[in-house]
Design a protein around this ligand. Structure first.
Ligand code: ATP
Ligand code: MG
Ligand code: FE
Length: 343
């Protein structure tokens, strides 16, 4: 069964083809991605209308690329999957519209996928895929959640952010430091030249006793420090602040992940979402988990942020288990706000 996946929830157009038989982890045949970063950079963030228009331009050429790279043709596609939500409504509508039109033309079924389920399952495409059950730390641009995952479709929310997401904390701090968009990778690069304990920054909810997160206070502390810097700040101080900000975020993510593992008694942790690419987070999680006999799984670096492969994969894993409702009616809707634990 060949599943084509189309991702268009934000500022990446992703298309991929996976091959899934009835058992075993689906295999990625090919994927193609276009990031709109350059286009949005001038505005310091994603401009929704520009995003939608660019998805329109990109999605079909990317699909052609995936088919030629995988050596498959349109007729080889058995199911077309697309991101149904959450995300930007206009951007989602482009992917959904193209996916449904393509499926209608081919007479094949369509499946709408939850974007976060894509992120969550993306480590299954890595060389050493996880086994169920596990604790998932989902850290992306819009979400920060800890979940207990017993199987595909069995997601129990253990805790989440009450304000900003971890990726947002990276992005907003980076913006205040004048590092551009998207800030996470830029802040992480600058942090390599600074010391993580140079500035004392808050670690909100670190001792809250539950598994919730909060990053708004950290953002305010970074802003206060940047204002203190004034205009004559030296690069070294900026690097120290970047490193201290990263360290504050990582400390909270690691501590809460360990608490979730302890609470559930599970010995497997799966990290997913863009912030999962952060080297400091990986280093600290690996060390803490090794000490406790916990195995940690990450997506391949290229699959941490948005991509079509995770959407094709999530659809395929649901189809393998009879959990998706493939349909051959091609009317579609999207769900810009959508809670994963209700899927
Ligand atoms: P969501 O999936 O919640 O809708 P999103 O799709 O925008 O949000 P992702 O694509 O998963 O999020 O991840 C993007 C986020 O990851 C951005 O906030 C980005 O700054 C952050 N990020 C990417 N690489 C790194 C890194 N190396 N260190 C820290 N943050 C990073
Ligand atoms: Mg993005
Ligand atoms: Fe995402």
């Amino acid at each position: 069964m060949n599943v084509l996946g189309v991702e268009s929830s934000c500022d990446e157009t992703g298309v991929a083809l996976v091959d899934a038989d009835t058992s075993g982890v689906p295999k990625l045949l090919a994927q193609a991605l276009h990031s709109q970063i350059d286009m949005h950079q001038a505005y310091g963030g994603v401009v929704p209308e520009l995003a939608s228009r660019d998805h329109i331009r990109r999605v079909l050429p990317l699909t052609g690329h995936v088919l030629s790279e995988s050596g498959r043709s349109l007729e080889d596609i058995d199911v077309v999957a697309y991101t149904r939500g959450p995300g930007l409504a206009g951007a989602l509508l482009v992917g959904a519209g193209v996916a449904c039109a393509l499926a209608a033309a081919l007479g094949k079924p369509v499946v709408g996928v939850h974007h976060l389920e894509g992120h969550l399952l993306s480590p299954f495409l890595a060389a050493d895929p996880p086994e169920f059950p596990f604790v998932a730390l989902l850290v992306s641009g819009g979400h920060t959640q800890l979940m207990r995952v017993d199987d595909v479709g069995s997601y129990e929310l253990l805790g989440e952010t009450i304000d900003d997401a971890a990726g947002e904390a990276f992005d907003k701090s980076a913006k205040m430091l004048g590092l551009g968009y998207p800030g996470g990778p830029a802040l992480a690069r600058l942090a390599e030249f600074g010391s993580g304990d140079a500035f004392e920054l808050p670690r909100p909810l670190l001792h809250s006793g539950n598994l919730d997160f909060s990053f708004a206070g950290l953002k305010t502390a970074v802003r206060t420090q940047v204002l203190k810097f004034g205009t004559n700040v030296c690069e070294q101080d900026k690097a120290h602040l970047a490193a201290s900000t990263q360290q504050a975020i990582v400390d909270v993510l690691v501590k809460k992940s360990l608490a979730a593992l302890k609470q559930t008694g599970l010995k497997r942790l799966v990290v997913a979402g863009g912030v999962g690419a952060n080297a400091r987070l990986r280093e600290q999680l690996n060390a803490a988990c090794a000490k406790r006999g916990v195995k940690v799984h990450y997506p391949e670096l290229a699959l941490c942020t948005d991509n079509g492969a995770m959407i094709a994969l999530a659809a395929a894993m649901r189809l393998q288990r009879g959990l998706a409702q493939p349909r051959q009616e091609y009317g579609f809707d999207v769900q810009p706000r959508w809670d994963l634990s209700t899927v």
